[in-house]
Ligand binder design. Structure first.
Ligand code: MV4
Length: 480
């Protein structure tokens, strides 16, 4: 493989190209008109404009991207995350055009794109699932019978849904029929597929996901877990590895279950198997993400494995060069997603000019970003500016380094979630490890952040005043 096209933008496009270059592979960027001066375009060996700013006129134009790849004699296409990364049709077309798809087979993408198909695929593999049904349901009377069996509250989910879209909690039977009708029509209009199903609602779960790697020679490994419970409206904000809640025994069990899920869909490449973990540490398979995830760096830091390098090697048909026994967790990593959003204004996107942009650096600090000072943050794409990742020998050290890095990060011109990140990493519930997916809803408010910031400013002013008075004493400055 001599040349790779990265069908993406921002930090992940850069991230992929950096590994490709290290491997001696040439890189091709594609870009939209607003991204013409973006870092991923400057970094690439070659770059081609593929259209206007809106994604559906550029980064989602699969045929156009394949055309560019063929013109430039590209050997492989890496899709990053989002955009075309989980589009089975695109993966297929890439391969049909004689280009290597750096991702899983289209069959696995298709299966995991449907929650019901995923349940069906794994049903003979002895994988724990939330009590519920594995068939689409439309008849409210039948739904009532099933709900009575599994017990309220229940959750109605859309088979084609993802990221929490189309989910409805039903507390009691009298609400069921109405909620089901709404769920079906919502799923119909949002995904063009009205299939919904029912599960027992797990009230206070943690969200734990397992990284897997599978080569095309039937070897499947797991690279342990990531704790992703700190999220806001299904948008992850803080991730870490390992999770404080797993012991070696549970880690092994969940890792083995994840490997079975990958086996069930004949997975090849890097993938993530999502689980819910309830208060009694029972785990349940939720879904599988058939792409490289945003939060992959925390896994890289604790395992020492470059996941993009592995993706490329697997796509080249190589055999994994290590086994499960070779893998160890070393140290602890935490990640903060830095969004151009205002945490004091209900996380409203805050686009504009990056008047000042200086990232932190130092021991145990990794910054994956795709912006530079003087750049405009475009309104057309995800508002994530950067991922700040810190590593330490212990969780405590990783968190300390994170707080220091947050304080050194200089961003002016747009509001960011940096102060929100500081709130999370300083919070007692986070530090003690006693939290679930309701952390943000339960503990965070703009008022709290504001008063915390005000108190700190007052304290800083007092410290400065004290120092000033002390200095004046010691210097014996003339008073009048
Ligand atoms: C659940 C659940 C509770 N019980 N399923 C949300 C996104 C989708 N991937 C699955 N999700 C959930 N499924 C049952 N049976 C709670 C969630 C959920 C959640 C899961 C992971 C991370 C954050 C979440 C936030 C709210 C709800």
């Amino acid at each position: 493989m001599k040349k790779i096209l990265v069908a993406n933008r921002g930090e992940i496009a850069l991230r992929v190209m950096k590994t490709a270059r290290q491997m001696g592979i040439r890189t091709v960027a594609v870009f939209s008109t607003v991204d013409r001066n973006a870092p991923h375009v400057k970094f690439a060996d070659e770059a081609v404009c593929i259209g206007e700013a809106p994604s559906n006129q550029s980064y989602l134009l699969g045929d156009k991207i394949i055309e560019v790849a063929k013109e430039l004699d590209v050997d492989g296409i890496h899709p990053g995350y989002g955009f075309l990364s989980e589009n089975a049709g695109f993966a297929e077309k890439v391969e049909h055009n004689g280009i290597t798809w750096i991702g899983p087979g289209s069959k696995a993408i298709k299966i995991m794109g449907s929650k019901l198909a995923a349940k069906d695929a794994v049903k003979d593999y002895d994988i724990p699932m939330v009590p519920g049904i594995d068939q689409a349901i439309t008849d409210p009377e039948k739904a009532k019978k099933i709900a009575a069996q599994i017990g309220f509250p229940i959750l109605i989910k859309a088979s084609a849904g993802g990221g929490g879209k189309g989910m409805r909690i039903v507390e009691k039977e009298s609400e069921l029929e109405d909620q089901m009708k709404r769920a079906i029509s919502e799923a119909e209009s949002a995904f063009g597929d009205g299939s919904v199903f029912i599960e027992k609602y797990v009230g206070s779960p943690r969200h734990i996901e397992i990284q897997v790697l599978a080569d095309s020679h039937d070897n499947i490994l797991h690279l342990f877990e990531r704790e992703c419970s700190i999220q806001r409206r299904h948008q992850k904000v803080v991730e870490e590895a390992p999770s404080v809640i797993l012991d070696d025994e549970l880690r092994k069990k969940m890792g083995e279950a994840a490997v079975k899920v990958a086996r069930a869909c004949e997975y090849v490449g890097a993938g993530t198997v999502e689980f819910l973990l309830d208060e009694n540490k029972n785990f349940y398979f939720l879904e599988m993400n058939t792409r490289l995830q945003v939060e992959h760096p925390v896994t890289e830091l604790i395992t020492g494995i470059d996941l993009v390098e592995q993706q490329i090697k697997i796509a080249r048909g190589e055999v994994l060069s290590f086994s499960q026994e070779d893998l160890r967790i070393s140290g602890h990593a935490v990640e903060l997603r830095v969004y151009a959003e205002d945490p004091l204004e209900d996380f409203m996107p805050s686009v504009g000019l990056l008047e000042r942009y200086r990232g932190p650096s130092g021991e145990g600090v990794r910054l994956d970003d795709g912006f530079e000072e003087g750049m405009e943050v475009p309104i057309y794409y995800d508002p994530m500016l950067a991922k700040l990742i810190t590593y330490g020998k212990t969780r405590q050290e990783a968190i300390q380094r994170m707080l220091k890095a947050i304080s050194e990060y200089e961003i002016k011109g747009v509001s960011t979630t940096l102060p929100f990140g500081k709130f999370v990493f300083e919070h007692e519930a986070f530090r003690s490890g006693d939290f679930d997916t309701h952390f943000v809803k339960k503990y965070y408010s703009a008022e709290k952040l504001e008063s915390q910031t005000r108190e700190e400013a007052e304290l800083a002013a007092l410290v400065a005043l004290k120092q000033y008075l002390q200095d004046r004493e010691q210097l014996r400055l003339p008073n009048k």
